[in-house]
Design a protein around this ligand. Structure first.
Ligand code: BGC
Length: 739
């Protein structure tokens, strides 16, 4: 038990004794009293200094409570895929404890690929149980920045390119987590869509793109998910840092959305005391202590929201009410989490948590391709248990992919890697060759690995591939700098470390090549033309190898669907179409020139086909869509439309299909995407079974953000509902009219 918790429990039991004597405990400690009353009571007992103490960090991941009043410190941890190992008090070193290994859950791109809100709830709940065990009050996640470019080093921590999909999935994650008395911190608010120059790049964007694309997932997290905290982003937005941004925090978040919780900085995201005081920031974390650029013997009293803020208040330069508002929010957060009395104790790395991780992995893996390697042969997948020999090739088959990547890196208790997972099913029929070397985690993409080393690894793998019945290549990206990693972007879209050449060389000696890509980003797929089977396997955490082996062996029928598009070439992605000012900017400013046409909205509207489209994913069975039936042909602006469609499993094995609903406005006074996701339903079907899926098209689903009036608007006229198995595989279209 840490010091402040001990204090709390002593003071609470002490108070309990007093209660019996005086029959009264202080209002702020009385959980039967309304929250607002408790907060006001505590605030009225606090000194100005105590309020100041509460709104900035005291160590890397902790902020002070009010020891005098028995209000405990707050403890935080990254986020978002598991509870991070303990970090030193005031530097970034790990504290080398032996009791902080945990379950690594699949990365959020993988969660998004499940299209399954129940799994998102299970995820949030399980992670909170681990957080409780580790005595954390706030988990720094989930992340919902929109996937704008395949080069963003942190896409793997987010939920893809579509605001509706991310909105639907972020809410249950937060609810599952917060039901345990652990706060979520949805991040990074907002427009942190690249890592390059993330600390200062000034993002300029239209109101429409902001409201239609980049804000909806945050809005759902706040309004529907009731996230108790939110983390600002590092970048600037229209000239002002996001962590103390008048428009984003005061106007939109706290004004329009009525956010009651705590806005915290990203670590080191504060830059100015006056703006921090006035523009909606509540908690300053991670600033350095020596002139705010590096660590020193100075203390966190030097933070922007510490001594300098106190001085401004004392001089009357900013009103006391700004500080009271921040302290109120911090107290509320504290009462909901650290000071909450009846909290479970939590648990870590349990069979239940491993089952959650495995289930998410099972439903996340996307079958991109499954063809017969030659005429008259059958598709390679699922791979029969009777297969005689499998050669597994690739660094990612054995690599610890929880290491590296930045703040989301995890120290896992157990880790079943792909090679181990495959061996648990196919036993000693499995041989392994590394094939290529990727270098140590966290190190540069171009670590000194000589051609001679790569050549000899490749030769060894190709020689072994000649004698194998099947070659299973496990590659992709990893968590090294300029791969899927915080603090830098990828330099291009290619598969690194000579993997395309290696795959081609393997294919030249053996037609039965299956490729499993582990990444949180789209990669160039030109190499895959002659490869019969390809799976997108994400980063699946502790149970990655199990889920991958489940799908490869057919124990699980794949049902994942891509949460973002794979462009053919980088230039085919909207953000890259307009040159460097659009991405990555000129190092000071950038303009989001593709505007609302992000991801499939761009591919569809500009008729630039993706290599693999948004929403795409195959199965070992087939699904037939019947005729859709709509409740009306015409609706008015307050009516909903109901559309039903039968879906049947026409194959031989059980399967799950995500039926997707997109809406398009045939003609509008503004540019609108051809269609936008507005509903989906994942149905489980036995062979021959048919189920009817029902969608409700609500009035809001027809609207765009009208910049002139700063409000949402639907224009009367013809619309179309598209129902399909992906954003391009549309199986039925339902025209209707808005009167
Ligand atoms: C990251 C955040 C993270 C924080 C604390 C920052 O660098 O951007 O996502 O939560 O560090 O580790």
């Amino acid at each position: 038990m840490n010091h402040s918790r001990l204090l709390l429990s002593l003071s609470l039991s002490c108070c309990a004794a007093l209660t019996q004597a005086a029959d009264k405990i202080p209002v702020y400690q009385d959980e039967t009293k309304p929250m607002a009353e408790r907060v006001e009571d505590a605030l009225s007992r606090m000194t100005t200094q105590e309020k100041i103490n509460m709104i900035h960090a005291q160590g890397k991941f902790s902020s002070p409570g009010v020891p005098r009043l028995g209000i405990p410190d707050l403890w935080m941890s990254d986020g978002p895929h598991g509870v991070r190992a303990e970090i030193n008090w005031n530097d970034w070193g790990y504290s080398n404890r032996t009791n902080d290994s945990i379950t690594a859950f699949p990365a959020l791109t993988a969660l998004a690929a499940t299209w399954n809100p129940q799994l998102s709830f299970d995820y949030g709940n399980a992670i909170a149980e681990e957080a409780l065990y580790r005595e954390k009050d706030v988990m720094l996640g989930p992340g919902v920045n929109i996937y704008r470019t395949p080069l963003n080093g942190r896409n793997f921590e987010y939920m893809g390119e579509d605001p509706y999909l991310a909105s639907v999935l972020v809410v249950p994650y937060i609810k599952g987590m917060q039901q345990n008395g652990v706060a979520a911190s949805v991040k990074h608010f907002a427009l942190n869509n690249q890592e390059l120059w993330r600390g200062h790049i000034d993002v300029n964007i239209s109101d429409r793109a902001l409201h239609e694309i980049y804000l909806p997932a945050f809005k759902s997290a706040i309004i529907d998910g009731d996230s108790w905290t939110i983390m600002g982003s590092y970048n600037k937005i229209r000239g002002q840092h996001a962590c103390h941004n008048e428009l984003m925090l005061n106007k939109i978040l706290k004004g329009d959305w009525g956010f009651k919780g705590v806005v915290m900085t990203d670590w080191g995201g504060a830059h100015d005391t006056r703006e921090a005081a006035l523009n909606g920031l509540d908690l300053e974390m991670g600033s350095y202590t020596n002139g705010l650029t590096s660590e020193s013997e100075f203390t966190t009293d030097d933070y922007y929201m510490a001594r300098p803020y106190l001085k401004m208040i004392e001089k009357g330069e900013v009103p006391m009410s700004t500080l009271d508002d921040k302290a109120r929010r911090m107290l509320r957060l504290n009462f909901l989490t650290a000071m909450k009395r009846n909290k479970p104790l939590g648990s870590v790395a349990t069979p239940e948590h491993y089952a959650v991780a495995e289930n998410i992995g099972n439903e996340a893996i996307v079958l991109l391709k499954n063809e017969a390697p030659s005429k008259n042969a059958s598709p390679l997948l699922p791979l029969s248990p009777d297969v005689k020999s499998i050669l597994v090739v690739g660094d990612n088959a054995t690599r610890d992919l929880m290491k590296g990547g930045g703040s989301s890196e995890l120290k896992v208790k157990d880790n079943i890697n792909p090679l181990a997972g495959l061996r648990s099913i196919y036993g000693d029929k499995v041989r392994y060759a590394q094939g290529y070397r990727a270098g140590r985690p966290m190190y540069s993409n171009v670590e000194n690995i000589t051609d001679a080393v790569q050549d000899s690894l490749r030769k060894e793998a190709v020689d072994m591939a000649r004698d194998a019945e099947v070659v299973l290549f496990v590659g992709g990206l990893n968590k090294n700098h300029q791969q899927d990693c915080e603090g830098g972007d990828r330099v291009d879209m290619s598969l690194p470390y000579g993997q395309p050449e290696l795959i081609k060389a393997l294919r030249a000696v053996n037609p039965n090549v299956i490729v499993v890509l582990l990444s949180g980003n789209a990669v160039d797929m030109a190499w895959s033309k002659d490869i019969p089977a390809v799976l997108q396997g994400w980063y699946l955490g502790s149970m990655a190898g199990k889920s991958i082996a489940n799908v490869i062996s057919g124990k699980v029928n794949p049902s994942g669907k891509l949460p973002f598009s794979f462009p053919v070439r980088l230039e085919d992605n909207g953000a890259h179409h307009f040159g460097t000012i659009s991405y990555p900017g000129d190092s000071i400013r950038q303009e989001y020139l593709e505007d609302i046409l992000v991801g499939y909205r761009w591919h569809d509207t500009k008729k630039i086909p993706a290599f693999y489209p948004f929403g795409y994913g195959l199965s070992y069975t087939t699904f037939e869509y019947g005729k859709p039936v709509a409740s009306a042909k015409t609706i008015n602006e307050s009516e909903s439309l109901s559309i039903t469609i039968p879906v049947k499993n026409t194959g031989k094995v059980d399967g799950k299909e995500t039926v997707q609903l997109y809406i398009g406005d045939d003609k509008a006074s503004v540019l609108r995407p051809i269609k936008e996701l507005k509903g989906f339903d994942k149905v489980s079907l036995a062979p021959g079974e048919e189920k009817t899926v029902t969608f409700t098209v609500k009035p809001d689903d027809l609207k765009f953000y009208d910049e002139a009036n700063a409000s949402w608007k639907a224009e009367p006229g013809k619309f179309r509902a598209y129902i399909g198995s992906s954003s391009t595989d549309i199986r039925a279209t339902v025209p209707f009219e808005l009167k």
